[in-house]
Structures are given as structure tokens and as C-alpha cells.
Unconditional design. Structure first.
Lengths: 345, 384
């Protein structure tokens, strides 16, 4: 190797090293670029499930899943209101996500193996954990799922509940009649009209659907569950940086609850907190936002405008809402629940 | 070479071949593009999913399907249910449509007015509304399982459906069905013989009398004997509902009623138009020969009106076939509900499933058209 060539090689290595040190090279993210270009987030939600995604009487979308869309919009665009919601049925949700019509699906969707493996989608964490159970008329006297022998059960076709209920009763050699409707709303209407003895969904979803019944007080939601039903936001394969954004906004909301950061004290926390993790989370120290290609106040905006996980939960499905659900398994790992976050380090 | 270029036939074949090649090329391009993009997006593709266990519980099954069967068997359940509902609804719509259409032309003002009102009412309401109206109407009209209407303590009607007993062994019924089929063949033979004799001698044989015997008395007798010989799976109230027997679900009844009453409104207008297309002279000629109005209608007018009625009737039957997919709205497990609803979301293979469903509807539709074209050719006025 000649001296000249050796010098050129050395210069090239130096230049490469300098380049890496000055500006962090970000992987391209077409989804983030598209969101910034159009100025809003496209979010796929449920057609209407009180507590999770429901348009209120002023036409504003509210709910736990809607709050997550809002938090992502706040983190990316700095404004939680810059979201356009696409209401999707059980069947529509996958094509809508796969085709790129929405950037994110936040629609109490159960995480399953075959969805991950064959639909080309990734689940970015758990924002609600529940189990599937049954709602029945109190007068029927049924208290647990095995009491439902020969019952007619209304479900939405293509939901995990459809398969889960069929498998559950088949395994126990109990005969039931499962009636498959195209939409959750059709199924719950048929149950209300007396076509079915029961409607099945997750405990949280049932608490929301019960509000829609003619006389909610006449119905009983069983406490025994038949499934393990973790739900969370979904993205399509590809664009790893966008997937990381979605994953860490969810982690950030949970971390904020754990660290005691709320929408009320977030300004004070950013200015005065001496906790290193809070400072990194809120962008007071480090450049965590920039690492993802976001503004450094990404989680500050999300928490300021939407709140931490606990605030969102209580407002939408918890004690501050008509659903009145306990935190239960959705409490933090430090408080007997299974909700956890990875550290902001 | 230029000789061929100026030949009109060669030029026509060339352009048609070019168009065909372009079309085939476009389709190949679309299919390849879609499959490549699906692989890139991590979505499963191919038709292997048809042999996967379905795991879907279906409320109305006429085949040997169980949730342990594969998705191909589920598809077949959907096709069978679609065919059955289309067949019975088309027959009922035709009968009702003929009655209403003829009533519309009745000299009785009240009858004609009622038929006219029915037609206008039905034709100006969306079918989905009709389906939901019948569905919730049927459910609301029927009692719950514990207050079921019992028929001789073996069949029970409630808002879960009509539960009827089924024989545990179907052999006796299969033999009875063969006997009944033989009766139908005999009746057809009698009808042909009676027509020949009438044409030759002018004597009228009461075909309806042998029809009554062979269509009603013989089946009743045959099935009666079969019923007495079989042992029965009688429904019994257990838990929430009756167990055992066969259940005719309210979804079936509601969809059948909706399709039949809706389509009958359109068929009635086709019948009216067909009858009115027969010139008045034909009626007058029939009367002049001494035929009574009923006979003039059935022997002279309807046969000529059929020529006009068959092509639009074909489209109505195709509509019944396609409209049966409204069953998806009320959980009747037909092709769209089972395959595009349950199977699609369970497997996620949208393109394959939609393509299969389209192909099936296309094949069924072409079969219906083919049959009606054959019938049309047969009833065509023979001109010399």
C-alpha cells in the first residue's frame, strides 16, 4: 500500500468518525415524515366503545385508546388535537392499518401470535389488560361461564372472542350457539333485543357496552374470565423508528405515573426535579427526543396535554368515568398490577 | 405482408389479440405486484389457509361441518346456506309476485289498490331496512325459551328459533324421499300425457287431482310411515334452551321473509307488464272460443307473457342471490358472513378470500343466468 493510499484511507476513517460524532444519523422514517407533512396523525379506533373510543355528544372522540392517539400526536406534532380518527370495525381494522391509511391502530386489539406472524403487524406494548367474560341478564341466574349451557351467545365475527368462546365451550363439552354479527354494535343490539342470552367481550369492553343497553341495571357481568387478553397499540411492519416512537410514548405515560409526573405538576417537574430519569423523560437533560427524531419536549407535551397513564385511565374507564373500573391488573408493578415500563436510560 | 394489413378480418383478429394480451399482462402485473408487496409487508399469502382448522362455531349448518373441520368446509357451509336461502326465497318471491301482479290487474278496485300499494311500499324502501325490520320483528314477536310455544311437546318455537326433532337414523326418510320423487316423476308423466290427449281429443283431464294425490297425499303417507319407523332426537329444555333436534334459526326466517316480500314487489311489476304486453285481441279471441277468464289467463295470456317476463325475472333471481349477502347484517351464516366475516379476520388473507368469494358469486350468477336462458329459449315463440 502506497503512502498516498494509506493517507487517503486514514482521512476517510477520520471523516466518517467526525460525521458520526457531529450529527446523529437517524434511520429514515417515512411515517414520521408523512405525519409532519400532512400536519396530523391518522389513528384507527373502535366504531364506538364507551371508555375506549367513543365520540361524545359534542362529536369529540374520548377514551383510553383515543388518549393514546392524542399522546402520540402531542409527542410528534406538539398538539394533542392534531389527530384524525378512523373508526374501524373488527374486520376493517387490519386492511386500514396494512394499507397505510392509518399510522397507528389504537383499538382495544388483543395481542396474538398469528396476528403478529401473518398479518404483518407489530404490537407495541400493553395499554389495557383484561380477560374475556360474559354479560347476561341478572334474571337468568347464570353466575359463571359454565352456567351458559345451551345459551345463545352474540359475538362480533372475526374477533378473538368468537374463537375463544367456541374453544372454551368445546373443550368442556358444553353446547352453546354462537351467533356471529358483523359489528359489535349489531351483536349488542341483538342481545338487548332478546335474541341471545349473553354477549361476550373483555371485562372492560363489556362495562362500556353495558352503558348502551336499554336498562343497564338488569344485566350482570361475570367476574370469572376465560382468557388472557392483553391489548395495545398496533403498527405495521417496517419503519422501525416510528414503531419505537409509539412504543416509547406508551412507556413514557406509564413511567410518568411511576415517577409521579402528572399534567398538573409537569412544568414544575421539568424546571425543578432532581430525579435524573424525570429530567431525561421531560427533556430537561439529554436528547432523548432527538434520538427518535422528535422535539426534545416530546413527552413533556404528551403528559402536559393528555396526562400520565393513571390520569388517562381514571378519566376514561376508571372511577372518574361511567364505567367505574378498578385498576386491578392494570395497576403499576409496584402496586400489585402487571403494568410496567422499561427505564428511560 | 401489406396484403394482410389491408385485410379487414386479419386486422380485427390482430386488435382483439392485442387487447387480450394487454388485459392478461395487466392482470399478471397486478397479481405479481400485490404478492410482492404482501411479502414485503410481512403478510401471509397463498391458499394453504383453506386446510387450516377453522374453530368457528356456526349457528345454522346443513353440512357435516363442526368447528374441528377446516376452512374449506366452512366455505362450503356458507355456499350451501347461500344456495338454500336463495332457492327458497326465489320460489316464494315468484309465487307471491305472480299473485300480487295478477291482483294488480284485477277488475276489483280494492284488490288492485291493495296490490298497487304493496308494490309501491316495497319498491321504495331500502332492503337493509327490510331485513332489520323483519329480524327485530321476528325476535320481538316470539317468546323466550322458557315461554316457548310447543307443538305436541316435540317441536318448540321461541326467539332462538324453531326447534324440531330429527330422526337419529335417516334411512327410513331417505327411502320415503325416493318414493316421493317417484311420485313427482309420475305426475310429470301424467301432465305430458294429459296435454297430448287434450291436443288430440280436446278432453280435459283433471291434472290437479292426480297432483293433489301425488304431491300432498303420497308425501304425507310416505313421511308418516318413515316417521313412525324412526327413533327421534326430541328437543328438551336444558339450561338456557332446548337441546337436541334441528334448529331453524330466526335469522333464516327473517332473511327469507325479507328477500321474498321485497323481491315479490319487483316480480309483481314484471308480471303486470308481461300480461299487459299481450294484445287485447288475444283475450277477446280466447273469450270468443268460450274460455273462462281463468283459463284464458293461464292457457293463452301467461304463456305469451312469459316471453316478456323471463329476461327481467332472471335479473330478479340474480338480485336474490346477491341480496342474500344482507344476511351478514343479521348474523345469518351465509357466504359473506362466514367467509368474508369470520374466516377473513381469523386468517387475515383478504385478497385470497375476496377473490374466492367473487369467483363463487360469479359462478352461481352465471349458472342462474344459464338456466334462465335455457328456459327462455324453450318458451320462446316458435315462428315460421
Amino acid at each position: 500500500m502506497t503512502l498516498l493510499a494509506r493517507g487517503a484511507l486514514g482521512a476517510a476513517i477520520l471523516a466518517l468518525g467526525a460525521g458520526a460524532a457531529t450529527a446523529q444519523q437517524l434511520a429514515p422514517s417515512p411515517t414520521l415524515d408523512a405525519i409532519r407533512a400532512r400536519g396530523h396523525l391518522e389513528c384507527g379506533v373502535h366504531l364506538g366503545l364507551p371508555g375506549f373510543s367513543f365520540a361524545n355528544d359534542r362529536g369529540e372522540w374520548t377514551g383510553l385508546d383515543v388518549d393514546f392517539c392524542r399522546a402520540v400526536a402531542a409527542a410528534v406534532l406538539g398538539d394533542a388535537n392534531k389527530v384524525r380518527y378512523t373508526p374501524t370495525s373488527v374486520q376493517q381494522r387490519w386492511p386500514v392499518l396494512q394499507s397505510g391509511q392509518v399510522d397507528l391502530l389504537s383499538r382495544n386489539t388483543t395481542i396474538t401470535f398469528s396476528r403478529n406472524a401473518s398479518l404483518g403487524v407489530n404490537f407495541q406494548g400493553i395499554n389495557f389488560y383484561e380477560g374475556q367474560t360474559f354479560i347476561v341478564r341478572t334474571a337468568s341466574g347464570a353466575k359463571k361461564p359454565t352456567d351458559l349451557e345451551n345459551a345463545s351467545i352474540c359475538v362480533a365475527a372475526g374477533s378473538t372472542e368468537e374463537r375463544m368462546a367456541a374453544d372454551y365451550f368445546r373443550e368442556r363439552n358444553l353446547k352453546v350457539s354462537i351467533i356471529n354479527f358483523q359489528k359489535n354494535d349489531d351483536a349488542i343490539a341483538a342481545y338487548d333485543a332478546g335474541r341471545c342470552d349473553s354477549y361476550t367481550a373483555g371485562i372492560g369492553a363489556l362495562a362500556g357496552q353495558r352503558i348502551k343497553l336499554k336498562t343497564p341495571g338488569d344485566h350482570f357481568i361475570m367476574t370469572e374470565t376465560i382468557s388472557n387478553d392483553p391489548q395495545g397499540p398496533v403498527t405495521r411492519w417496517g419503519d422501525e423508528r416510528w414503531q419505537a416512537v409509539v412504543r416509547w410514548v406508551l412507556n413514557g405515560m406509564i413511567a410518568a405515573e411511576h415517577l409521579g409526573v402528572t399534567s398538573r405538576n409537569v412544568d414544575d417537574m421539568r424546571a425543578n426535579s432532581r430525579n435524573a430519569e424525570i429530567r431525561r423523560l421531560l427533556g430537561a437533560d439529554g436528547n432523548f427526543g432527538a434520538m427518535l427524531g422528535l422535539p426534545n419536549d416530546w413527552m413533556f407535551n404528551a403528559i402536559k396535554q393528555v396526562g400520565n397513564y393513571a390520569e388517562s385511565f381514571e378519566r376514561t374507564v376508571g372511577k372518574g368515568s361511567p364505567l367505574g373500573l378498578e385498576r386491578g391488573q392494570n395497576a403499576l408493578w409496584t402496586r400489585g398490577g402487571i403494568l410496567f415500563t422499561s427505564p428511560f436510560q | 405482408m401489406t396484403r394482410y394489413f389491408y385485410d379487414k378480418r386479419v386486422r380485427e383478429i390482430f386488435w382483439q389479440a392485442a387487447l387480450l394480451a394487454g388485459l392478461a399482462g395487466t392482470i399478471i402485473l397486478i397479481v405479481r405486484n400485490a404478492s410482492q408487496n404482501m411479502v414485503n409487508a410481512g403478510m401471509a399469502s397463498g391458499f394453504d389457509f383453506l386446510w387450516r382448522t377453522s374453530g368457528i362455531d356456526v349457528s345454522f349448518v346443513l353440512t357435516a361441518y363442526t368447528p374441528d373441520a377446516n376452512i374449506l368446509a366452512l366455505l362450503w357451509v356458507g355456499v350451501a346456506n347461500t344456495l338454500v336461502i336463495t332457492f327458497v326465497a326465489a320460489i316464494a318471491a315468484t309465487l307471491l309476485g305472480f299473485v300480487v301482479g295478477i291482483a294488480r290487474l284485477s277488475p276489483n278496485k280494492l284488490l288492485a289498490g291493495l296490490a298497487g300499494a304493496y308494490i309501491e311500499f316495497v319498491r321504495n324502501i331500502p332492503l337493509l331496512f327490510f331485513v332489520l325490520f323483519w329480524y327485530f320483528g321476528v325476535i320481538a314477536a316470539l317468546p323466550g325459551p322458557r315461554q316457548s310455544i310447543g307443538f305436541f311437546a316435540v317441536a318448540f318455537l321461541n326467539n332462538r328459533g324453531l326447534t324440531i326433532p330429527v330422526p337419529t337414523d335417516g334411512t327410513a326418510f331417505r327411502i320415503a324421499a325416493l318414493v316421493v320423487l317417484a311420485g313427482f316423476v309420475a305426475q310429470a308423466a301424467i301432465a305430458v300425457w294429459a296435454k297430448r290427449r287434450r291436443d288430440a281429443t280436446g278432453l280435459i283431464f283433471p291434472v290437479w287431482a292426480s297432483g293433489l294425490a301425488l304431491f300432498i297425499a303420497l308425501p304425507a303417507l310416505a313421511f308418516g310411515i318413515a316417521a313412525a319407523l324412526s327413533s327421534w332426537d326430541v328437543p328438551a329444555l336444558r339450561g338456557f334452551n332446548y337441546r337436541g333436534g334441528f334448529v331453524l334459526v330466526p335469522e333464516f326466517v327473517a332473511l327469507f321473509a325479507a328477500l321474498a316480500t321485497y323481491t315479490a314487489g319487483f316480480i309483481a311489476e314484471i308480471v303486470r307488464g308481461g300480461i299487459q304486453s299481450v294484445v287485447k285481441g288475444q283475450w277477446e279471441a280466447a273469450y270468443a272460443l268460450g274460455l273462462r277468464p281463468n283459463r284464458a289467463l293461464s292457457l293463452i295470456v301467461i304463456p305469451q307473457a312469459m316471453r316478456v317476463m323471463v329476461p327481467p325475472l332472471t335479473s330478479q333471481y340474480l338480485n336474490v342471490l346477491k341480496n342474500s349477502s344482507f344476511g351478514a347484517a343479521i348474523a345469518f351464516p351465509e357466504l359473506v358472513s362466514l367467509f368474508v366475516g369470520s374466516a377473513l379476520t381469523n386468517t387475515g388473507q383478504a385478497i385470497e378470500i375476496i377473490a374466492i368469494t367473487l369467483a363463487i358469486y360469479l359462478a352461481l350468477g352465471l349458472a342462474v343466468s344459464g338456466f334462465m336462458n335455457w328456459y327462455n329459449a324453450r318458451t320462446r315463440l316458435v315462428t315460421r
